[in-house]
Ligand binder design. Structure first.
Ligand SMILES: [Zn+2]
Length: 150
């Protein structure tokens, strides 16, 4: 029988955190190699998912129920720890976003936006979730602005 005719279950790339049920963000080996401690790195292969839910203790997981917890990481990551840099490439953190929210113009975020388009932005390799932090930064900024005016 031709293998092409064996029907396999469709996998759409979506995976949910086994601890909290949040939709995971797919990541490749760059963030995994950088953020997971050597002793725990072998739990996951070259492809896994990041759990972006702040209050969940799971950082990474795969489809075989392997889980790497936040305390198995080399350093705390945002949003699991609000004191960790939000931007893995340039180090912008919660305090800077908060400072921008208190001023008339978001100067620091605009600078970051410009830098995020430069070759020094290496989110795919450096960020815990392998993605640009701009949406997380803007989301936090809007939240802090709303809290301030409300
Ligand atoms: Zn989770």
């Amino acid at each position: 029988m031709n293998k092409a005719f064996v029907r396999e279950p469709e996998f759409n790339g979506r995976a949910f955190c086994p601890r909290c049920g949040a939709l995971g963000v797919p990541v490749e080996h760059g963030p995994l190699d950088r953020h997971i401690r050597a002793a725990s790195r072998s739990k996951l292969g070259d492809f896994a998912w990041f759990c972006g839910y702040a209050r969940c203790e799971a950082a990474y997981f795969n489809l075989f129920d392997a889980v790497v917890l936040t305390d198995e990481l080399n350093a705390p990551v945002y949003p699991k720890d609000l004191n960790a840099p939000i931007c893995a490439c340039f180090g912008l953190g919660y305090d800077e976003v908060e400072a921008d929210a208190q001023e008339a113009t978001p100067r620091r975020i605009r600078e970051l936006l410009a830098k995020s388009k430069s070759p020094e932005a290496r989110c795919a390799a450096l960020a815990a979730d392998g993605r640009s932090c701009m949406s997380a930064v803007q989301e936090l900024y809007l939240k802090l602005r709303a809290a301030r005016s409300g």
